[in-house]
Design a protein around this ligand. Structure first.
Ligand code: GNR
Ligand code: NI
Length: 168
């Protein structure tokens, strides 16, 4: 097991589009274990492989209070979205310290493979729906700040670049 390094905005690698997993093998299961350890240690409620500089379509997520309900999504696809939307104050492990409102479909149906390569379908609402959409965006190279105004994006970029200089 290993805690992996999480890329931080505005790292250009966060905008790479992840490739589908061809075979769910032991290598993928090891990646899932390392991603889960990284998410719990952070701590966060979700993590996309893109955030740890692995450009494969793999997500881990745990929105439970008790932190004992890991969900794994390989090659996830949103097959249905509700017309009605909800605004939620989002944060991101790749954009530390920044929280802002994002509007998304309130409910989504997701199809994916589990860590054994078995297909499943999940109907998500509430925080689970927010998180799974946020993570699938990462796999498509999209960070939540891209839903905000250009002015906010540029302020966030400058703030994080300055923070980076101060730790180096
Ligand atoms: O830990 C996280 N919390 C969170 C809160 C509101 C909306 C989305 C998220 S996901 C985030 C972890 C993360 O960055 N996943 O990509
Ligand atoms: Ni994120």
């Amino acid at each position: 097991m290993a805690v992996l390094n999480i890329l931080r905005y505005p790292d250009p690698r966060l905008h790479r589009v992840a490739e589908p997993v061809q075979v769910v093998d032991e290598r993928i299961r090891q990646l899932v274990r390392d991603m889960a350890e990284t998410m719990y240690e952070a701590p966060g409620i979700g993590l996309a492989a893109t955030q740890v500089d692995v450009h494969l379509r793999v997500i881990v997520l745990d929105v439970s209070e008790s932190r004992d309900a890991l969900r794994v999504f390989i090659n996830p696809e949103i097959v249905a979205s509700s017309e009605d939307t909800k605004v939620y104050e989002e944060g991101c492990l790749s954009v530390p310290g920044i929280y802002d409102e994002v509007e998304r479909p309130d409910r989504v149906t997701v199809r994916a493979l589990d860590e054994h390569g078995q297909p499943f379908t999940l109907e998500a609402d509430g925080l689970l729906a927010v998180c799974v959409q946020h993570e699938i965006d990462h796999l498509n190279g999209r960070v939540f700040v891209q839903y905000l105004s250009r002015l906010k994006q540029s302020r966030i970029r400058n703030r994080l670049l300055k923070a980076e200089r101060n730790v180096a």
